[in-house]
Write a protein that binds this ligand. Structure first.
Ligand SMILES: NC(=O)c1ccc[n+]([C@@H]2O[C@H](COP(=O)([O-])OP(=O)(O)OC[C@H]3O[C@@H](n4cnc5c(N)ncnc54)[C@H](O)[C@@H]3O)[C@@H](O)[C@H]2O)c1
Length: 324
């Protein structure tokens, strides 16, 4: 069996490739990645010697290239991680987000239709639901909550989700969609909150926190995200959407304070900077569906996962030094 993993040189895609290769050593994994600024081929070095791994540098929007890979590989399933993923970049320049995140998803699903109604999994985000107020802790998003996006990034991800649902309904394409909360773990690009703060804390540099720092995110270790996607691929209902969350809501400033304590740098390094435009206040996921229907639970406690992540960045300066 062959699986195509798009965006596999990025943060979650590479972790998924490692997870999948460990769990299913007999299966062939084909990674398709454009290698944008966010993709790093060095991350996949441990895979390069393996007989049943292939890396192809390709843009998911390039129909000819995508069709050629599908023709050669005849995959049984496709997991789409490829995306422009950074909210701040989407605010500065939305165009590439619409191209990759929506049109690229369309090209992949057209290829799935063309080459035998191939199983397609779309990796999405809790950001498609918009945000919740800070003073209503009882509220959370379920899979049938309305789409209500705040940034060009989340709007482009929502567009892809709607298109994936439409391909399922209109063409009978076997699609599933997962919407995950904020991930952390090894191989995350240093532009994102946790690695940014770890690397700045390790260097005793100021730690810039948006606005009041009270915005709340739910944190999920990337390995728990990978196990959830694997489960959905195996047992998920066709046409279904699954929320994936870590059950660990924290204010951004508290995450930064935890990093300060773990690294041993003073909290006085925290500096509050002008807030992000349209900054979402709180994300919170209701994950009852994946827990009850598929029996999934996150396994990694945030405090442990954060310690391990800090340790990983300490031990791998050769991985991140060229990126900052
Ligand atoms: N990081 C999170 O916290 C989080 C949370 C929920 C959902 N997601 C979603 O998970 C997916 C992966 O996120 P990530 O954090 O690993 O992102 P990332 O930015 O680390 O990696 C994205 C990868 O996609 C590749 N890519 C970009 N455009 C491409 C194109 N046109 N063709 C082929 N490859 C292309 C990049 O080279 C990179 O390797 C995204 O779809 C994102 O929306 C991320």
């Amino acid at each position: 069996m062959t699986i195509i993993v798009t965006g596999g040189a990025g943060f979650i895609g590479s972790n998924f490739i490692f997870y999948y290769a460990d769990k299913y050593p007999q299966r062939r994994i084909v990674c398709m990645d454009k290698l944008t600024y966010a993709g790093n081929l060095h991350t996949l070095a441990p895979m390069q010697g393996r007989a049943n791994f292939r890396f192809v540098q390709a843009d998911i929007c390039d129909r000819q290239a995508v069709y050629q890979i599908f023709q050669e590989e005849q995959p049984a399933a496709v997991v789409n991680f490829a995306a422009e993923s950074h909210v701040d970049r989407s605010i500065a320049d939305p165009a590439v987000f619409l191209r990759t995140n929506i049109l690229g998803t369309q090209v992949l699903m057209d290829a799935c239709r063309n080459f035998g109604n191939i199983r397609f999994h779309q990796v999405s985000t809790d950001e498609v639901y918009g945000d919740l107020p800070l003073d209503r802790p009882e509220l959370s998003f379920a899979e049938d909550s309305p789409i209500c996006t705040s940034s060009p990034y989340s709007a482009s991800k929502a567009g892809a989700d709607l298109l994936a649902a439409a391909y399922c309904r209109t063409y009978g394409l076997p699609v599933t969609i997962s919407r995950s909360s904020n991930n952390y773990g090894p191989y995350q690009h240093p532009e994102k909150l946790i690695p940014l703060m770890i690397l700045r804390a390790l260097a005793d540099k100021p730690l810039p926190v948006y606005g009041t720092g009270k915005n709340i995110r739910d944190w999920l270790h990337v390995e728990d995200h990978c196990s959830a996607i694997d489960l959905i691929l195996n047992d998920g209902g066709i046409g279904e959407i699954y929320n994936i969350g870590g059950g660990c809501e924290l204010q951004n400033v508290d995450v930064v304070k935890m990093i300060c304590r773990a690294v041993g740098c003073p909290e006085a390094l925290i500096t509050y900077v002008a807030d992000r435009k349209g900054h979402d206040l709180r994300y919170a996921m209701n994950t009852r569906k994946i827990e009850t229907k598929l029996g999934w639970q996150p396994e990694i406690e945030f405090a442990d996962g954060l310690q391990n992540t800090i340790q990983w960045y300490r031990e791998h300066p050769q991985w991140w030094k060229t990126l900052i």
